[in-house]
Design a protein around this ligand. Structure first.
Ligand code: AMP
Length: 139
């Protein structure tokens, strides 16, 4: 069973397509948070960013990089929030990697990425040192 986004890529369900190349695809979000809210996806159905092979990850970023100014210019946005919900617990509903490009306007009432946090942790220097070490040893 393919995702709704794979069905869009295959032309099986309609979408307002704004860009396509060999490995990536972009279209307007059906429930826009702002005019011009665009989704950028790899054509292949990877569930998480972690699953995207390096060369396709580079292609995906190249398309995001290309579309950010296109989206901003098209709707006269002052800025954009660019984000992935990477995994169900992070709010990902469609299990096919997608980057949200959400145009932002001065005084639009929206928040920063920091607004996603629930309860924020209390971490001392030792905790931070240990976490940095754990991440660094895996990077
Ligand atoms: P997420 O919560 O990060 O998985 O976001 C999924 C996004 O896909 C939501 O913003 C939806 O509005 C959008 N969406 C779902 N179905 C469609 C569709 N058929 N065409 C365009 N956007 C869609």
């Amino acid at each position: 069973m393919s995702t709704v986004f794979s069905q869009i890529v295959a032309g099986e369900i309609p979408a307002r397509v704004v860009y396509e190349d060999e490995t990536t695809f972009a279209f307007l979000d059906a429930n826009p948070l702002a005019p011009g809210h665009t989704l950028v996806i790899p054509k292949v159905e990877y569930e998480r960013l972690n699953d995207v092979p390096e060369s396709e990850a580079a292609d995906l970023y190249a398309t995001i990089h290309r579309l950010i100014p296109a989206v901003e210019d098209a709707v006269g946005a002052d800025a954009t929030t660019v984000a992935f919900n990477n995994g169900e617990e992070a709010g990902q509903e469609v299990p096919h990697v997608h980057c949200h490009i959400v145009p932002r306007f001065a005084g639009d009432g929206g928040g920063p990425i920091h607004a996603i946090a629930g309860e924020t942790p209390t971490l001392d220097d030792a905790d931070l040192d240990e976490i940095a070490e754990e991440i660094g040893s895996r990077a």
